[in-house]
Design a protein around this ligand. Structure first.
Ligand SMILES: N[C@@H](CCC(=O)N[C@@H](CS)C(=O)NCC(=O)O)C(=O)O
Length: 324
């Protein structure tokens, strides 16, 4: 027998109230219910340290599921910085909502311990990516937009690409600026919206920008390039777009409602995504199982059951041409 309507209404009202409280734990919102990303504590572009080329003197800490960490990992990988910067992958601790070191690092078991020792203001979110000096645990930076610029200037082996060459710097900067708000943060603005209008605005921004990227990539392909800011190889703009788009069908469409158009309807973007995935070292930065587990398992307010969906298989997103 169905419960009486008054009970249903009360239960819904209570759940909704509780849901709004839980959503505040995911991030702040403005009065209109639009998600607002908190500022990083070490947000300025760090100086290139004097011992930058000393093997192992610095450690880049990333988490597999984090798209902001993914962009730093991609730059580290494509510029072949493994000889000078160690990569450390932290694991999520969903019960505590924190990042945990696989084994103690600089005497810390949790990333919050490392941040606690730094000069970050109390209450700072212990986020990835973060670049630290080994031995002292000093944090050089934790804002991915700045870290990728630093990693692109980091001394690299001969033949490593410059991902932001002067001749495309202007186009690259313009795309990065646009993608950051509408796409990289845009998927979170969709998923963490508190009201329909906030979601509608975010999803419109997201897909308008993806459609603009589609047009630009078509144009670049006609010019003989396959990259967002032109040229013969990927630039920083490509590397900030990729972590978001590779998670689209797997996480952001089903969980955050980023589903206005399936990506196969944007065939130049689809081809571009496969092109980026095919670059040496990129596949190793992609762990679809971890993405699904971390997002569906940890974002309780959006997915209380915690059930992790089965697909889609990453290989089907990056190898096959889009359906015509
Ligand atoms: N401003 C940062 C944001 C990074 C960020 O939000 N990282 C998330 C994972 S995707 C995190 O580590 N959050 C931990 C927390 O908020 O406690 C950047 O772009 O580098």
């Amino acid at each position: 027998m169905l419960p009486p309507p008054v009970l249903v209404r009360t239960a819904r009202g209570l759940w909704h109230w509780q849901w709004r409280r839980l959503m505040s734990g995911l991030g702040p919102a403005d009065p209109a219910g639009r998600y607002r990303r908190p500022e990083a504590a070490f947000a300025t572009l760090p100086e290139l340290p004097a011992d930058a080329d000393q093997p192992g003197a610095h450690v880049l800490i990333v988490g597999r599921s984090c798209p902001w960490a993914h962009r730093a990992w991609l730059v580290w990988s494509l510029r072949r910085l493994a000889g000078s910067i160690d990569l450390l992958v932290v694991e999520p601790d969903p019960a505590a909502g924190r990042w945990r070191f696989p084994e103690p690092f600089e005497g810390c078991t949790m990333l919050t311990d490392l941040y606690g020792r730094s000069d970050a203001p109390p209450g700072t979110r212990a986020s990835v990516p973060v670049l630290v000096s080994r031995g002292t645990g000093r944090i050089l930076g934790n804002e991915s937009a700045r870290l990728i610029e630093l990693l692109n200037r980091w001394p690299a082996p001969a033949g490593s690409p410059d991902l932001d060459p002067p001749e495309r710097a202007e186009a690259c900067a313009a795309w990065r600026q646009r993608l950051q708000g509408a796409v990289n943060d845009g998927v979170y603005r969709c998923g963490f919206a508190r009201h329909q209008a906030a979601y509608d605005e975010a999803v419109a921004d997201l897909f308008t920008t993806l459609e603009a990227a589609e047009e630009e990539l078509e144009r670049q392909e006609r010019l003989g390039s396959g990259w967002l800011s032109g040229g013969e190889g990927p630039g920083l703009a490509d590397l900030v777009l990729f972590p978001t788009l590779i998670r689209l069908e797997m996480v952001y469409a089903p969980l955050f409602g980023c589903s206005r158009r399936p990506l196969w309807q944007l065939p130049a973007l689809w081809r571009w995504r496969a092109r980026v995935f095919g670059l040496e070292g990129v596949a190793a930065t992609c762990d679809a199982g971890a993405w699904r587990r971390d997002y569906f398992g940890a974002l309780f307010p959006l997915h209380p059951s915690g059930i992790v969906p089965a697909g889609p298989d990453l290989a089907t997103l990056v190898t096959s041409p889009p359906p015509r």
